[in-house]
Design a protein around this ligand. Structure first.
Ligand SMILES: CC(C)(COP(=O)(O)OP(=O)(O)OC[C@H]1O[C@@H](n2cnc3c(N)ncnc32)[C@H](O)[C@@H]1OP(=O)(O)O)[C@@H](O)C(=O)NCCC(=O)NCCS
Length: 434
């Protein structure tokens, strides 16, 4: 299992990767993205000493239609799962991270704040908040044993991390108990020492011990073998700051004041009955979401407990809105975004980029375009600088029209121990990992 993000090259497709072409009138391919596509295509010939030993789709099997879809290896009896942790280099030891402990959560927060995903040019680094980490790692049925750290034995300093959380993920007609693996991080000083494969094997072992045999993860790097490759799109909410910090550039023949005007949004939302989601909306939102996600080849199988956890608003973590019909009081539409700031590295004037990330959105009565425009309006009111979205689900239908510009980072999705015959289009994917 890998982790759920991308690489420093296209950091988890660090969406806060400067999207060279954020101006909608300038969406030709950037040189960067051409180089990246070239590198990605070359990497399909590359050796993967570790990943070639794992039950994942292998490059050599690409296009082999005689292979069936489904698990690559059958589960082994639990008694045959290795009972002791994998060996670490002698100066290091395993630790299970109790994210409920303020002290441990702060250590994880600081490790990630200083060592997690950066954009290609090292201008931005993801800065997941502590509240976000607790939310992301404590869904219904979570296992503390899947929150794994490595410490230096002498100093007890936390130097590496990887996590899994349980999820039911439907692949076509099959609902599979999986781990969503995320937050793989090795301290900058310990890179390229093959520590990542040990972390991945250890989380896999602990996932097996809970009788789960599959995982889902994302990365900005190309590994064997993506089930789909998505692109991040960015909608400027605070164009002046984005330009000042080098996230975006002034488009050709554009002035700052024309750019500000271009991205200006109305002061209030347009959909009658648009309001923040509340606890009593959970059953209606669950129904909406289940009906909607049924059409995608790969999507989470959410029940009411999952919806309460993943979608009920939590300040500075997850925002969700419903449209309640003013007449029938039915919940007809739903949209959501999560909060993931990035540190701005080495800028005199700004230290943080406040980014909203589109999560799950369902429209049945309100046109999706209007619903998402309302999401942009509330995000602007809450002082986000940028609103990011992947080209998954039906997102393509609103991206260009709502003035999102394509970023230069790609995000590859992977399944561990589950083969799909062919890669999916991003629009066939109904899964957003954090
Ligand atoms: C990702 C990271 C943990 C890899 O560690 P590293 O020290 O660079 O690499 P190591 O020498 O330990 O291991 C290399 C192996 O890990 C694999 N690997 C690297 N990044 C990976 C990822 N994101 N997911 C899964 N495997 C990954 C490599 O492909 C290689 O295996 P291979 O030979 O089969 O191709 C480290 O670079 C890091 O912390 N980066 C910043 C945070 C980050 O990008 N996290 C991943 C988000 S998706």
């Amino acid at each position: 299992m890998g982790d759920s993000k991308s690489s420093p090259e296209s950091p988890k497709g660090n969406p806060d990767q400067n999207p060279n072409q954020i101006a909608p009138d300038n969406i030709e391919k950037s040189l960067d993205s051409i180089i990246r596509e070239f590198n990605d295509s070359v990497s399909v010939g590359k050796k993967h000493k570790f990943w070639e030993t794992q039950p994942v789709g292998q490059y050599k099997d690409l296009g082999n239609s005689s292979l069936s879809e489904g698990p690559i290896e059958v589960p082994t009896p639990l008694s045959e799962v290795k009972q002791e942790p994998y060996n670490l280099p002698s100066q290091y030891e395993w630790t299970t991270c109790d994210m409920g402990s303020e002290e441990t959560c702060s250590e994880v927060y600081n490790l990630l704040k200083n060592n997690y995903v950066e954009d290609d040019e090292n201008m931005f680094r993801f800065n997941y908040s502590k509240e976000f980490l607790r939310w992301a790692l404590h869904p219904p049925g979570y296992y503390k044993s899947w929150h794994i750290g490595v410490r230096a034995k002498a100093s007890k300093k936390l130097v590496a991390f990887i996590t899994g959380v349980p999820a039911r993920i439907r692949v076509r007609n099959e609902v599979v108990k999986m781990a969503e693996v995320n937050f793989l991080c090795v301290h900058k000083k310990l890179r390229s020492k093959r520590l990542a494969p040990v972390l991945i094997k250890e989380v896999t072992r602990r996932v097996h011990l809970e009788n789960a045999w599959q995982a889902a993860y994302t990365a900005g790097v190309v590994l064997p073998t993506p089930i789909t490759t998505c692109q991040y799109w960015h909608r400027s909410l605070n164009p002046k700051k984005l330009i000042d910090v080098g996230f975006s550039r002034l488009g050709a023949r554009m002035t700052m004041s024309r750019t500000i005007k271009l991205y200006k949004l109305p002061d209030s939302t347009a959909s009658p009955g648009f309001r923040k989601m509340e606890l009593h909306d959970v059953p209606a939102v669950t129904r909406l979401l289940r009906d909607y996600l049924a059409q995608f080849a790969v999507a989470p199988d959410f029940d009411e407990n999952d919806v309460e956890h993943w979608l009920l608003p939590t300040e500075n973590v997850i925002d969700s809105y419903v449209v309640e019909s003013p007449n029938s009081h039915d919940i007809t539409d739903f949209c959501s975004f999560y909060t993931l700031p990035s540190s701005i590295l080495g800028n005199q004037n700004y230290s943080t980029l406040k980014a909203a990330y589109s999560y799950y959105n369902v429209s049945t009565k309100t046109p999706l375009l209007q619903l998402m425009n309302d999401a942009l309006i509330v995000a602007k009111q809450k002082d986000y600088d940028v609103f990011n979205a992947l080209d998954v689900m039906h997102n393509e239908s609103f991206l260009k029209e709502l003035k999102f510009g394509p970023g230069d980072g790609q995000l590859h999705y992977y399944l561990y121990n589950y083969r799909l015959r062919d890669a999916l289009k991003p629009s066939e994917l109904g899964l957003v990992l954090l």
